[in-house]
Design a protein around this ligand. Structure first.
Ligand code: AMP
Length: 419
């Protein structure tokens, strides 16, 4: 029969890779918890309206890349293309703001976008992120940035580059947008179709262009910093001051824009020199308008999302050193001993020792080979004679030493050992 394969743009995470995923997840949980953030888990499917409103119908994510379908009850459902809108929905729906003035949340999970698959770009990919909902102060921005920085740094990505910018307040952007449009109008014939469309709907996003000719045009465009209000300027400088205090290096990149209307003030991206600045590992910013636009109160927020596949690509040469758990392989060629050995295995696992018990009933030689393949520290060997004597041969696989031990004494023996 024909084999069924994964669909385009999706990948299995196989046993050889899942250890790295677990390490990354452990690092995320640990660093987020150390900063006082709690995990939130939301469904993978949501009402499509959440993303139409929360991400924006004009964005590529919603207009071109979202997986949506009409369900049997005629409602339109989407696979989530990101997690900020779902987290904010949960915040509003469960009145988390009523429970605490500031919610510090983080998430880990898959997202779905129908993009053209390539290295570091998939249709199902995994994101983690944090959202701090409730504070409009610059120390909150610095805290959120530092969590992203610390997770990547602690995970062993050395060549990190943090770019920050400010897109100012609503007033600043309204004035700036107009000036930018005035500047770009004479260049319309030279602009790509996408940029011509953006000029009408979302002119700030043109600053983000990767088109070489457009980059040249942008070089002489008006700069947003000349439109900051006094408060915008102070806000941005204070974020920088706190990053200095946290000893986090950064570059100011005025071309860093987040394309969505609800973004204000700080924006940031972290990339790795190893995979290039074009493919950010992590991106975020302040999104004070989003909660209100999703039916909540006018509550400020700042957050980021990071791509886990890209992080693992940027760390593919990383050595996994922290996984040395003690492991015992139980080699048994006499079925009558299997019952007592099950009990021994259970008791050893209660001591936090990894125990693998043969279930294929292979030959002694094949089982010993398997024990070595699994990097076991010890083999507990029971053949016909040991089964009768109620003993085991305990072989230290690192040193090659072998002793006879009574089955009843095994647990006490391993209790006294430190691995
Ligand atoms: P965004 O929600 O677009 O700001 O993306 C945040 C992060 O998610 C990016 O910096 C990437 O690391 C990651 N990411 C976004 N889209 C994809 C994708 N299609 N495949 C893999 N990672 C992605």
């Amino acid at each position: 029969m024909k084999m069924v394969r994964t669909i385009k743009g999706t990948h299995d995470i196989l046993p050889a890779q899942s250890g790295d995923w677990q390490d990354l997840e452990t690092q995320i949980h640990k660093t987020a918890n150390l900063h006082g953030y709690d995990e939130i888990r939301t469904p993978i499917i949501e009402d499509a309206a959440l993303f139409n409103r929360g991400v924006g119908e004009e964005t590529d994510i919603v207009s071109k890349e979202m997986y949506s379908w009409i369900d049997k009850d005629k409602s339109t459902i989407s696979l989530r293309p990101e997690l900020t809108a779902p987290v904010v929905r949960a915040y509003v729906q469960h009145n988390l703001g009523g429970q605490s003035l500031l919610q510090r949340l983080y998430y880990i999970g898959p997202s779905f976008r129908r993009e053209r698959p390539q290295k570091g770009r998939q249709r199902q990919f995994h994101q983690f992120g944090v959202e701090a909902i409730g504070s409009d102060n610059p120390e909150q921005d610095a805290e959120v940035i530092s969590i992203g920085w610390n997770i990547l740094n602690n995970f062993g990505i050395n060549e990190l580059e943090l770019n920050i910018s400010s897109i100012g307040s609503d007033d600043c952007r309204t004035n700036y947008k107009q000036e930018l449009i005035n500047y770009l109008k004479p260049f319309i014939p030279q602009l790509s179709e996408v940029s011509q469309h953006r000029l009408k709907h979302n002119p700030l996003r043109i600053l983000d262009t990767k088109n070489k000719d457009e980059i040249k045009i942008i070089e002489s465009a008006p700069k947003i910093e000349n439109f900051y209000t006094k408060e915008d300027e102070t806000y941005f400088l204070t974020v920088q001051q706190y990053l200095d205090d946290l000893e986090i290096p950064y570059k100011i990149n005025p071309l860093l824009v987040r394309g969505l209307d609800y973004y204000t003030q700080t924006t940031f991206e972290i990339s790795s020199k190893k995979i290039g600045a074009q493919d950010a590992l992590l991106g975020g910013g302040r999104y004070d308008g989003l909660i209100k636009s999703l039916g909540g109160k006018d509550v400020p927020a700042v957050g980021f999302a990071a791509g886990m596949e890209r992080i693992l690509i940027a760390t593919d040469s990383r050595k996994r050193t922290d996984k040395q758990v003690a492991c015992i392989y139980i080699v048994c060629t006499d079925l009558s001993a299997l019952g007592p050995l099950q009990q021994i295995a259970k008791n050893l696992r209660e001591l936090d020792i990894k125990v693998i018990l043969e279930t294929l009933r292979r030959s002694m030689k094949a089982q010993m080979r398997e024990a070595n393949k699994k990097n076991a520290n010890y083999a507990i060997i029971v053949g016909e004679q040991e089964a009768i004597d109620k003993t085991v041969q305990l072989k230290n696989l690192n040193e090659g030493k072998q002793d006879t031990i009574n089955q009843g004494e095994l647990i006490a023996y391993f209790k006294s050992l430190t691995f």
